[in-house]
Ligand binder design. Structure first.
Ligand SMILES: [Zn+2]
Length: 247
């Protein structure tokens, strides 16, 4: 007697069943292998894209860096040209005595420096009209410097030799410092001149040479400062101190 629904298979049917299972398994294996390969390819492509992106970013950064340094160089050049132009303008009073080439040479002789350790304000600039003398309009030959704060001590523009120290009705107590054969600086209206700055002595850039005062023709304590350039045997001409004084 037969129990349940047990159905006997023929040999051929079993074979077909095996073939079917193998077929399904093979298809699945091929499908998964295909998907796996596609996935690798995709990842590699992404990798390439990321690599390319990084290269582009790196190239851009190099380019920006390069441009920035070119720009910085150009800015420094422009600043130098501007500064040179300012200095040549400051030396305009020498045009009656020297050629442009000679003025360029003189420019190298003019020192740059501080004349005052504290802050100051400039009340009368170079070339400003300061009144009349007969038919001639008088132009201010230097700077009038007033201190901002309580430091009244004056130091020379640069190291040099004190070649003149005098007292008169106009400039009061005054000192002239020679910096090179053709260039000197002048300090007037002092209250006290320190010994080291009297005639024939050498002074350093940080030597205190004078205390600001109101001696001579002065409307209050201030420093009248000039930079002068030799234009003849005993003749000096004042130039605009602006580009040469560090603040
Ligand atoms: Zn003055």
């Amino acid at each position: 007697m037969m129990c349940g629904g047990e159905i006997p298979f023929t040999k051929k049917e079993v074979m077909n069943l095996h073939l079917l299972i193998y077929g399904i398994l093979s298809t699945l294996v091929i499908l998964f292998a295909g998907l796996f390969l596609v996935q690798i390819g995709y990842t590699e492509t992404r990798g390439c894209i990321i690599l390319e992106d990084n290269k582009i970013i790196q190239k851009n950064e190099e380019l920006i860096c390069c441009l920035r340094s070119v720009l910085d160089e150009k800015n420094i050049e422009i600043e130098e040209i501007k500064k040179n132009a300012e200095m040549m303008i400051a030396l305009r009073p020498l045009k009656d005595y020297y050629t442009d080439d000679e003025i360029s040479e003189i420019l190298k002789e003019i020192p740059h420096g501080k004349i005052f350790r504290g802050d100051f304000r400039c009340a009368a600039n170079f070339g400003e009209s300061v009144g009349f003398h007969g038919a001639w309009r008088l132009r201010h030959q230097g700077w009038d410097i007033y201190p901002v704060g309580d430091d009244w001590m004056i130091t020379p523009l640069a190291a040099g030799e004190s070649v003149n120290f005098s007292d008169n009705n106009i400039y009061g107590l005054n000192i002239t410092i020679q910096h090179s054969e053709r260039v000197q600086s002048f300090y007037a209206h002092g209250e006290t001149v320190y010994n080291r700055a009297t005639r024939g002595n050498m002074v350093e850039a940080d030597t205190v040479i004078m205390k600001m005062g109101e001696s001579g023709l002065a409307d209050g304590p201030h420093l009248h400062f000039e930079i002068r350039v030799k234009v003849g045997a005993n003749k000096y001409v004042a130039i605009d101190p602006e580009p040469f004084v560090d603040r």
